[in-house]
Design a protein around this ligand. Structure first.
Ligand SMILES: [Zn+2]
Length: 427
């Protein structure tokens, strides 16, 4: 039964012989003309989700197997807490003074907290003491992020830095076995019910969590009542800022990068008909000149593009214009994302073209960075702050070139500039 503690699942996910031992609860609740899925919280129009047998189903979370109103959800209570006396932490590193202030605050607080730490501040190390304290007290703890790449990266660090067994759950990951420390995508949280004493949400503002009430609902259901939530981000959303302003959420701010150097501010360069030219297979002269100059430095070059198709096109153009460079391309659809970013890290690729899939959760050393068509609507303030945060992360080169080519400064561009300036002033 180990794998069912604290879980809430649909019938198909369970062996028949266990069904009688589990608690049942309705999978959907009718609310007038609407019906609400109890796994993901989606409020649905009955007329649109009716099945031929007159029951209803939820299309919102169907990728995880169908929830149907005529079938219950099954729940098995979480194990009671059991404290351990052995040490759980392998990590021997040292926190910087500002990191240490946040770390201590996290250890002593039991309320919900937003940690607003700039990109490259070293967020993960700051939660270690809190994790260690919780694990020793027998807490059931989950680290979750909307992005699977971020989850995998966190999992790898935690398995290195902690001595306890850790489970990693995502759509095509391992099967669950009970463990006090779980790393999972936010979707996987929907399979837990009143299970966790602490949920830490990393990159809370990332797609698909941003502005998605269903996923926030899942976080809420997966927690025990009175459990704590800690949100970690470099770019808090308006919703989170409002919660801080109303006192619902405590805020801790870390404006300093771990190496103590300020965040890099972008240079905005106007360039006409950028995407039109790239579409036709040619490179705007300004961009060509900029890349030629940058390549003389031999620092790795990361280029952000707004669309997959244009990114692929740019790769072809650049390969023709700069035949001695090895150029990679990465997007959400790339199957071997990990391997591609590894090739860029190791220097095998000298230039990497990316969509916003690479805007967060990855650290490259000593890179320069261009954003092409930064006025494009896909580049939100949060996204641009994250992109800017890729530069200057290595203390051996805490600066770097950061250039945004655009056709008109958008609100997002101006806002990101102001936000970075403000964080640099707080240092
Ligand atoms: Zn649902």
């Amino acid at each position: 039964m180990e794998k069912y503690y604290g879980r809430r699942l649909v019938k198909k996910e369970l062996p028949d012989q266990f069904l009688t031992q589990l608690e049942k609860m309705p999978s959907m609740i009718e609310r007038g003309t609407k019906i609400q899925c109890q796994r993901c919280g989606a409020l649905l129009d009955k007329a649109l989700v009716k099945l031929p047998d007159h029951s209803f189903y939820c299309p919102a979370c169907i990728v995880m197997g169908r929830v149907k109103s005529s079938e219950s959800l099954y729940y098995y209570p979480e194990l009671p807490k059991q404290a351990i006396s052995a040490s759980v932490l392998n990590w021997q590193g040292q926190l910087t003074a500002p990191q240490s202030v946040i770390s201590k605050a996290l250890v002593s607080s039991t309320s919900d907290i937003l940690v607003h730490a700039v990109t490259g501040a070293g967020k993960t190390e700051m939660i270690y003491q809190r994790l260690a304290k919780g694990l020793m007290a027998g807490e059931h703890i989950c680290l979750t992020s909307p992005r699977v790449d971020v989850c995998i990266e966190i999992y790898q660090r935690l398995t290195r830095d902690f001595k306890v067994p850790i489970r990693l759950l995502y759509a095509h990951g391992d099967e669950y076995e009970h463990s006090n420390l779980v790393v999972c995508t936010v979707n996987q949280l929907m399979r837990f019910y009143q299970s966790f004493d602490l949920i830490i949400v990393d990159e809370v503002d990332a797609f698909p969590l941003v502005n998605n009430p269903n996923l926030m609902w899942a976080i809420d259901k997966a927690k025990k009542s009175g459990a704590q939530t800690i949100y970690l981000t470099a770019t808090p959303t308006v919703t989170l800022k409002t919660k801080v302003a109303s006192g619902e959420l405590e805020a801790l701010v870390l404006a300093k990068r771990f190496h103590g150097f300020p965040l890099v501010l972008p240079k905005f360069k106007w360039c006409s008909n950028i995407l039109g030219l790239i579409q036709k297979g040619s490179l705007p002269r300004k961009i060509h000149k900029c890349i030629s100059k940058q390549r003389l430095t031999r620092f790795p070059l990361l280029i952000f593009m707004p669309e997959i198709k244009l990114g692929k096109q740019l790769r072809q153009i650049l390969q023709g214009a700069f035949p001695s460079e090895t150029i990679g391309f990465i997007a959400s659809e790339s199957e071997n994302r990990k391997a591609i970013s590894q090739r860029f890290k190791s220097g095998e690729y000298t230039i990497l073209i990316a969509t916003t899939v690479l805007e967060r959760g990855v650290t490259f050393s000593k890179i320069d960075c261009l954003v092409i068509a930064s006025h494009h609507r896909i580049f939100t303030t949060e996204s641009l702050v994250q992109i800017a945060g890729r530069v200057g992360r290595d203390k051996r080169r805490p600066t770097g070139q950061l250039i945004f080519f655009h056709q008109g400064r958008t609100r997002a561009m101006k806002q990101m500039y102001r936000e970075i300036q403000q964080m640099n002033r707080e240092v």
